[in-house]
Design a protein around this ligand. Structure first.
Ligand SMILES: *Cc1c(COP(=O)(O)O)cnc(C)c1O
Length: 400
C-alpha cells in the first residue's frame, strides 16, 4: 500500500495543535499577537503595505482561527463573525430579496424564529421539511420529504444534522445532490456547530457553505461568543456574505478571535473525549425504567443511525437528550436534582450542561416537553452517570 500522507500534508489534529498560528517577523513568536488597533497605516503611495485597512473589514488577528477552520472544514475561504447568529444571518442576508428557502422543522430555535419573522415580513418564502418524517425508512433521512418540496424554484437549502434538540439526522450527501440537481446555483448551507469538523465535514459531502456557532465546541470553554462561515468556493455568493460582514459590522472582538484560536488547539482532544462519554451515557440509560427514550445518533436504535455512521467519522457527537417518564414536571424535577450537571442553556464547554428545552423554546416549539437536553463535557463519565442515576431515583421517590 502506498503512503500518501506526505502529499496530503499534516493531518487535522496536527493543524489544530498548532492553532493556525503563523510565525512572523520580527520576533518569530509561536503564538500570533492580538491586534487591538482598529486602523492600519497607509504607505506613501496611498496603498496598504501591511494588507490591513480597518478592523471592521478584517483584523489580522482573525487569521489564525479563520485559516485553521478553513483547513479543518476543507473549504476555500473562512470568515469569523461576532456570534453564530451573526454568521447565519449574514448568509441569509446575502440572498436576493424574495428568495425561496427550505430548512429543517427541527433546528436551532433562535435561528428558526428569526427566519420565520423575516418570512412574515415578506423578505423571503420559507418552508420546513421533516428531517425524520413519520414512516420514513431509515435510509431516507429527510430526503423523501425534501424531494417532495423541490417542485418550485429554490435559492437556499439549510441543514442541521444532528439537529437540535432531538438529534434527527439528515443525509447531507443525498440532500445536497437533490438540491443541486434542482438548480446548480442553489446554495446548500449546513450548521455544523454540533458535530464540528472532527466528526462531519459537510463541504466534502456536497455542501457549499458551513456555518458555526464558535461559541460552542470551537471556543470550547464557555467564555467567548463567536461564529464562522466557511465556503467551498470564492464565488459571487461568498463575496456577498463577506460584504454583509464588513458592512454589517458583524465581526468578533480582537480578544475573542485570539481565544477562539486558542480553544481550537485542543478541539480534537476535547470533542472526541466528550463524545465517547456521551456514547457511554446513552448506552447506560437506554431502556432505563424512568425514561421514555434516549435520543442519541450513536445508538443502533436511533432512526438516523445508519446515515449518521456514513457521514460522521469516529463518533456521534457529545449531545444527547433524555425523555423523562412523567412529562414536563418530572423532567424539570430531575434537572433540578442534578448536582454535577449544571442547569443552563448552551453547549460545547468543558462542564456538562442540562436544560429543559421546551421551557426556553416556548409554546410554538416542536420540542417534546419531557425532554432534557444534555451537553456532555469533560468530567468523569462515572460522576455524570452517578449524578443522573441519583436525580432519576430522587424523582422516583417523590412521585411514588
Ligand atoms: C448556539 C447555536 C447557534 C447560535 O450561535 P450563537 O453563537 O449563540 O449566536 C446556532 N446553531 C446552533 C446549532 C447552536 O447551538
Amino acid at each position: 500500500m502506498t503512503d500518501h500522507s506526505r502529499d496530503r500534508g499534516p493531518r487535522p489534529e496536527t493543524l489544530a495543535a498548532h492553532g493556525g498560528n503563523r510565525v512572523l517577523a520580527p520576533y518569530r513568536a509561536l503564538i500570533e499577537p492580538v491586534h487591538l488597533s482598529t486602523t492600519f497605516e497607509r504607505g506613501g503611495d496611498g496603498g496598504y503595505p501591511g494588507g490591513a485597512v480597518y478592523s471592521r473589514d478584517h483584523n489580522p488577528g482573525f487569521k489564525p482561527a479563520e485559516q485553521l477552520l478553513c483547513a479543518l472544514e476543507q473549504g476555500a475561504q473562512a470568515l469569523l463573525f461576532g456570534s453564530g447568529m451573526a454568521a447565519a444571518c449574514a448568509v441569509f442576508r446575502a440572498l436576493p430579496e424574495g428568495a425561496r428557502l427550505i430548512a429543517p422543522r427541527v433546528m436551532y430555535w433562535s435561528l428558526r424564529n428569526w427566519l420565520q419573522e423575516q418570512a412574515a415580513r415578506s423578505h423571503w418564502t420559507l418552508e420546513f421539511f421533516e428531517p425524520a418524517a413519520a414512516g420514513e425508512s431509515a435510509d431516507a433521512c429527510g430526503t423523501r420529504d425534501l424531494a417532495e418540496r423541490l417542485g418550485r424554484p429554490l435559492d437556499l437549502l439549510w441543514l442541521e444534522t444532528p439537529s437540535n434538540p432531538t438529534w434527527d439526522i439528515t443525509d447531507i450527501r443525498a440532500a445536497a445532490r437533490l438540491a443541486h440537481a434542482h438548480g446548480p446555483d442553489v446554495v446548500v448551507a449546513v450548521d455544523n456547530t454540533v458535530p464540528t469538523p472532527v466528526f462531519t465535514r459537510p463541504l466534502t459531502l456536497g455542501a457549499d457553505l458551513v456555518m458555526h456557532s464558535a461559541t460552542k465546541y470551537l471556543g470550547g470553554h464557555g467564555d467567548l461568543l463567536a461564529g464562522a462561515v466557511v465556503g467551498a468556493r470564492d464565488d459571487s455568493f461568498w463575496r456577498r456574505v463577506a460584504a454583509e460582514r464588513a458592512m454589517g459590522g458583524a465581526v468578533p472582538g480582537a480578544f475573542e478571535a485570539f481565544l477562539l484560536a486558542r480553544g481550537m488547539r485542543t478541539l480534537y482532544l476535547r470533542v472526541r473525549h466528550a463524545a465517547a462519554t456521551a456514547h457511554r451515557i446513552a448506552d447506560h440509560f437506554d431502556g432505563h425504567e424512568r425514561l421514555v427514550a434516549v435520543a442519541y445518533p450513536g445508538l443502533a436504535s436511533h432512526p438516523g443511525h445508519a446515515i449518521a455512521a456514513t457521514q460522521m467519522d469516529d463518533g456521534f457527537g457529545a449531545m444527547l437528550s433524555l425523555r423523562v417518564r412523567g412529562g414536563a414536571a418530572a423532567a424539570r424535577a430531575v434537572a433540578g436534582a442534578l448536582t454535577v450537571w449544571r442547569q443552563a442553556t448552551s453547549l460545547g464547554s468543558t462542564e456538562s450542561l442540562v436544560e429543559h428545552r421546551a421551557s426556553i423554546e416556548g409554546p410554538r416549539s416542536p420540542c417534546p416537553d419531557d425532554l432534557l437536553r444534555l451537553s456532555v463535557g469533560l468530567e468523569s463519565a462515572d460522576d455524570l452517570i452517578d449524578d443522573l442515576e441519583q436525580a432519576l431515583s430522587a424523582h422516583a421517590a417523590c412521585v411514588s
